[in-house]
Design a protein around this ligand. Structure first.
Ligand SMILES: C[S@@+](CC[C@H](N)C(=O)[O-])C[C@H]1O[C@@H](n2cnc3c(N)ncnc32)[C@H](O)[C@@H]1O
Length: 249
């Protein structure tokens, strides 16, 4: 793991995860019971593994540095590196009908529609017949202008969508989605939902970045790279100050 990957993982685990507010994930307990086989898709640094029993849980992640960090921090749990799914040749490394639940937390808004549809096809394949998806995503809410803009400035994901768009994207891969709740945390509106398979057809669903994202992306990028520039500047000026102070003694 490179120094910057370690720094990003550290910042994500110690700043972003605590800001999410862990009660946000309490709803999982109402849908999961011990013995259900769970795939945590896009598990990040593994912090949600604790919501499940270790024997039931597999965390999957495309970012190997996060997989390694999760394995270190939660040694009782299983974490797997998976391929980025952006063509029908990329498959999840599990057999058909493997899971009772697929948990998708704060992940879809990082992925474009074409890839989401391929991922949903894979979800359909690896879910058991009576299995379900349990998810939580930041969502644009009508009339909530401030948080809609703030989420798009703070978040790295290019695809924060209105609830209906997420639902329609699932529907286009034969999932029926049920609204659970919307919770507010640190300027975010997080939509909790569950989805079940109701068929095996794929229909067309096209989508692009929202206009809010197109406008706010430059501000997001400034914050993203600016923080490392500020850190380097602070370290440089501190060292320079110390050298000048003690070097001249
Ligand atoms: C905001 S993190 C969420 C992590 C974790 N699920 C949580 O709730 O804390 C989003 C995760 O999605 C993963 N991700 C990004 N693009 C992806 C893709 N195309 N396919 C699968 N996972 C992806 C990232 O590696 C990242 O760990």
């Amino acid at each position: 793991m490179s120094f910057f990957e370690k720094l990003e993982t550290f910042a994500y685990r110690n700043i972003v995860v605590p800001l999410q507010g862990r009660t946000t994930f309490d709803f999982v307990g109402e849908h999961y019971s011990k013995g259900m086989k769970v795939l945590d898709f896009g598990c990040g640094t593994g912090s949600n593994s604790k919501l499940f029993h270790s024997e039931d849980y597999i965390g999957s992640e495309v970012d190997i540095s996060r997989v390694e960090s999760s394995r270190e921090k939660y040694p009782k749990y299983k974490f797997e590196k998976i391929p980025i799914i952006n063509s029908s040749k990329n498959l999840l490394p599990w057999e058909d009908n493997s899971f009772d639940m697929i948990f998708v937390s704060l992940c879809l808004h990082h992925i474009n529609t074409k890839s989401c549809k391929l991922i949903f096809k894979e979800f359909r394949r690896v879910l058991k017949n009576d299995g379900k998806i349990l998810g939580i995503e930041p969502a644009l809410i009508d009339g909530k202008y401030f948080s809609n803009i703030l989420m798009n400035i703070l978040d790295a994901g290019d695809y924060i969508l209105p609830l209906d768009k997420y639902k329609n994207m699932y529907r286009s891969e034969s999932f029926k989605t049920n609204h659970i709740n919307i919770v507010k945390t640190f300027g975010y509106n997080l939509w909790q939902y569950s989805s079940v398979v109701v068929g095996d057809k794929s229909t067309e669903f096209k989508n692009d970045k929202t206009s809010i994202r197109k406008i706010t992306k430059p501000i997001h990028l400034l914050g993203l790279y600016g923080k490392w520039l500020v850190l380097i500047f602070v370290i440089y000026t501190t060292i320079d100050f110390l050298i000048n102070m003690f070097g001249s003694v």
